[in-house]
Design a protein around this ligand. Sequence first.
Ligand SMILES: Cc1cc2nc3c(=O)[nH]c(=O)nc-3n(C[C@H](O)[C@H](O)[C@H](O)COP(=O)(O)OP(=O)(O)OC[C@H]3O[C@@H](n4cnc5c(N)ncnc54)[C@H](O)[C@@H]3O)c2cc1C
Length: 581
Amino acid sequence: MNACLLNTHQLSNSRLLQIIVGGGTAGLALATRLSQELPDDCVLVVEAGPDGRNEPGIYVPGLRGTTFGTAYDWSLPTTAQTEANNRTIVHNRGRVLGGSSALNLLVWDRASMREYDAWEELGNPGWNWKSMYPAMLKAENFQRTNGTAQYGDNGVGYGGPIQTSLIEDPPLHLQAGIPTLQNLGLEHNLTPLNGHVLGAAYHPATNYLGNHTRSYSVAFLPRAGNNLVIMFNTTVHKVDLNSNASRATGVVLTDGRKLTAKKEVILSAGSLLSPKILELSGIGQKAVLANAGIRQKLNLPGVGENLQDHLRIQNTYELRPNITGLDILKYNKTRAALELALWKQGEKSLYQYAGSCFGFLKWHQTGPNASRLLQLARSSANTSNIVDRMKLSTLLDAASPAPDLEVVFSDGYLGTRGYPAANTTGYGKKYASLIAGVMHPFARGTVHISSPDPLAKPTINPRYLAPAFDLEATAHAAQYLRTIASTPPFRDLWVSEFDPGAATETHADWVRYVRENVFTFYHPMGSCAMLPRGEGGVVDPQLRVYGVGGLRVVDASVIPVILSAHVQTAMIARRYRGGGA
Ligand SMILES: Cc1cc2nc3c(=O)[nH]c(=O)nc-3n(C[C@H](O)[C@H](O)[C@H](O)COP(=O)(O)OP(=O)(O)OC[C@H]3O[C@@H](n4cnc5c(N)ncnc54)[C@H](O)[C@@H]3O)c2cc1C
């Protein structure tokens, strides 16, 4: 990577024009683009975490998840979630170059075209499928293979920095996904990334096939000019504002140093941390700031509101003993060492990424009981809110291509209890997990500061399961997972249901199971929404913070209404739209 070799003193006094706060998924894509388009500007990325490019837990796809709870992870807990048995749910978030794209589970997909068009309908001219689709295609390089999993003719891009591929040798329990869903009436969709998501399909993973390594947003950096500088292990405390708070002039670091940006400060600290920086800077709701001991400089009530996330629930199935599954790496150390050695030699190995098989469907495809969910949606939506109205109209439109439910066929035990401990009955066995994601829950939560301390974690309340629809939809989804599991050919591959287990039968049982096991899908978004200011917006359609010059937000927090997709594709793509910063 080229980079201008200025020290901090020189930076603050010379050509430093743009400061990007957070070298994560969106941050690195944008920094690279700015450095290319503005060769005379110096672009500085300030990243709280380390470089991390030599960390096997990041670059070996089969070691994904091993970085959770380590120094590479912000590990941000929610408040006790009342409707989820007062459980606290920890949000893993990348604290390393590449941000959450360095920690995530490598899924590369898109939502339906309808959902990007909704951004424009919500008051953001130019933000629609027509502009987003080519932008997303440009970010990727699809590596076509002739494996069992196949992809059709359109919906994927070539020549971009992010390397994507389908799983090369799906295990039997993933191969069973498509015919099982077909037996339940879904179509096999060979081009699920072209805006028509519904159906059963393999989706690509961000996996470079040359050496089977994770491809993530650091892949942009070799394309950057030598005017891009990255400061690692450096945390931004707040945005420095001029005397009447009408313009951002730079940033203040947690060690007290100040960096001046001659053009702009751009926040890309992620949905759970960008609101914190705004609030520490005095931008936000009066009561929130007062409670935290911060003097309000700009009243912007939308900061930290409108937080949305997918609801995740999973059932797990003990596989027949003859089936190869990833769990063997957890209990058989010899086999794990052997497989890692094979990976290092570039040979076929379980540490290559084992991607997943997906189903995206409408509620009415999950059986007659689903109609009651639509009734509940009507009563759960707050129709005075623009985002809820958009969700409700999408949900009630049976002809809309926007999916309501995602189903993932995954290899390995992925339940909330964690892989069974040694000396328990479940230990030494292999599992398949069926994961369901409720795509458009009505919960809109909050993420705010509670303290002036820049090192304190924000207070996160996603309000999981609070709206009646969200609870019923998740319980319905878990029950539908059992229907899927009981359908051949998947049914022929397992010996028993481990979670929740056969004792879970009645509606009340399923609700209990959901309260105890609902989890984040790791997709928080919307907390600095791109919406009209009067509707709770924080940024305008150019991603400029309302009321302050020279300050933008560009991460997942600006997405106004939750997409039915894993988020990284949209984060990276936006940076390619015309008329950027
Ligand atoms: C465990 C997990 C699994 C996921 N799986 C998938 C998946 O398979 N597919 C998918 O599409 N999406 C997935 N996601 C979601 C997706 O990865 C994220 O939504 C996306 O990467 C968010 O990008 P971002 O730019 O908004 O934030 P991030 O990528 O999180 O970047 C924020 C950056 O800002 C830095 N930062 C924060 N505060 C400061 C500060 N004060 N000073 C300096 N730097 C700061 C952070 O360290 C970080 O590098 C997953 C996420 C997680 C956590």
